[in-house]
Design a protein around this ligand. Structure first.
Ligand SMILES: *Cc1c(COP(=O)(O)O)cnc(C)c1O
Length: 448
């Protein structure tokens, strides 16, 4: 019998949605205004591309988060995570709402002071605090969250030298059921380092141990991880009370709540999978109120939420530069928005929407940025209508990390504007220009 021909089966991934009986439908409703201001006017006035932040969205989301925690727990304090977006106007918007400042470098610390945050309302995190930073933080009675033993010994020495009692907490990492487990920051619970640090602090008698801190990771989709972490911090607090009769003033659960952005490769959109603030609050506050912490001395619950508070408030507006066909026939559209300003496109499938009415027919399209860099891809595959040169687009949910992690590569970082509650547009960071960039360069005489 003749051997039958075997052909290896292949599975082709459908990259961008499934066609219905009318073909590939266009589910993209154009976004032509932001808080009542026309996208085309924003671009005409402020250039393309331009970041737009919404004060209304910041306030609405903050209220939502604050309510979720404050209805479940007696004392709640948010501290704005500077590294998530440290444009002064954004920080001040959060401070006006009642947020303290959470900083992770001397630069951010300086920014918080200059934004008018009292020293004792600044939380200083991170592994890199140099001696000058620490002296300043001690002087200002800021809350210093110790990351490692060398830092602890340095603070003890500075306490001697300054004759002050630094206010400190330790950062704790632990197995809370979330993997990969972050163990590079702070002191590990299971290996005993957390207790070693607490005992050294208490026995030194030179530091004022005011709190316990953890930051279990970022974009955490499982609230139970926070519940487990809060239980560990509550146990440490109870242990300190028992052993030293010492009551800490706060438990800081860090940041890390997911935003509604969709991670690359995720099966369901982030808007469906992202837990609500209520779910996070339930996990954390249940762990604290059900612990054996003395009910008369419940610690304040600090939260350093970053991305979940600001992502939705930011949009990036841009324009189409051109179109082309790739080798396999796929359409590519080139935008003036690149990964230099949209760092988060490396891990999110950002929602990109036309800003004006388009054809209802869409096609599997790759969206490229303008850089001469092969990895400058905003979306690998998106169902997109045909767009002409100069047509405008809106990228949604870009408020977190882009305005701090952006890089200055071959062109200028764009302008950032804030739309206030009344619909007035304010420039809060100017577009860079040749002078702002060259002002830091120095040409040696022999090259002049
Ligand atoms: C980055 C960071 C935050 C904010 O994290 P999000 O994931 O943006 O909420 C909070 N606390 C610390 C210590 C951080 O490093």
């Amino acid at each position: 019998m003749e051997k039958k021909f075997f052909e290896r089966p292949i599975i082709n991934k459908i990259n961008a949605g499934i066609p219905d009986k009318f073909g590939m439908g266009n589910q993209l409703n154009p976004i032509s205004t932001i808080d009542g201001v026309a996208v085309k006017d924003l671009i005409a006035e402020h250039g393309s591309p331009v970041f737009v932040l919404s004060e209304k969205t910041i306030q609405d989301i903050y209220q939502d988060a604050y309510q979720a925690f404050s209805t479940r727990y007696p004392k709640v304090q948010f501290a704005w995570s500077y590294k998530t977006n440290y444009i002064d106007a954004v920080c001040r918007t959060f401070h006006k709402l009642g947020s303290w400042a959470e900083v992770v470098s001397g630069f951010e610390y300086q920014k918080a002071l200059e934004n008018g945050v009292p020293g004792n309302q600044i939380i200083f995190n991170g592994p890199d605090k140099n001696e000058a930073d620490l002296r300043l933080a001690i002087e200002n009675a800021s809350l210093i969250h110790i990351d490692h033993f060398d830092e602890l010994y340095l603070i003890i020495r500075l306490a001697d030298e300054t004759n002050k009692r630094p206010k400190v907490a330790i950062r704790v990492n632990m197995d809370n059921g979330i993997y990969p487990q972050w163990d590079r920051f702070g002191f590990n619970y299971e290996n005993g380092d957390a207790w070693n640090a607490l005992n050294r602090i208490m026995l030194s008698k030179k530091l004022d141990l005011v709190g316990l801190h953890t930051h279990i990771g970022t974009y955490i989709l499982a609230p139970f991880g926070y519940g487990n972490a809060a239980k560990v911090l509550a146990d440490l607090a109870i242990g300190l009370d028992r052993k030293y009769n010492h009551k800490i003033k706060y438990i800081d659960m860090g940041g890390g709540f997911a935003s509604k952005n969709t991670l690359k490769g995720a099966y369901l959109p982030g808007s469906d999978t992202c837990p609500s603030f209520d779910e996070y609050a339930e996990a954390i506050t249940n762990a604290l109120i059900n612990s054996s912490i003395d009910p008369e001395n419940m610690p304040v619950l600090f939260l350093e939420t970053g991305r979940a508070l600001i992502d939705d408030a930011g949009s990036l507006l841009g324009s189409v530069i051109g179109n082309k066909r790739l080798k396999d026939g796929r359409r590519a559209t080139i935008l003036d928005i690149g990964v230099n300003m949209l760092f988060t496109s490396f891990w999110y499938e950002h929602i990109v929407v036309p800003a004006q009415a388009t054809s209802k027919y869409t096609e599997d399209t790759t969206l490229y940025g303008p850089l001469c860099m092969n990895i400058d891809v905003i979306r690998d595959a998106i169902q997109f209508p045909s767009m002409k040169i100069g047509d405008q687009v809106v990228v949604k949910r870009v408020g977190a990390y882009n305005m701090t992690q952006w890089m200055q590569f071959i062109t200028y970082r764009p302008k950032v504007v804030l739309i206030d509650r009344k619909g007035k547009v304010h420039t809060i960071r100017n577009r860079e220009n040749i002078d702002s960039i060259r002002s830091l360069e120095v040409v040696p005489d022999y090259l002049k």
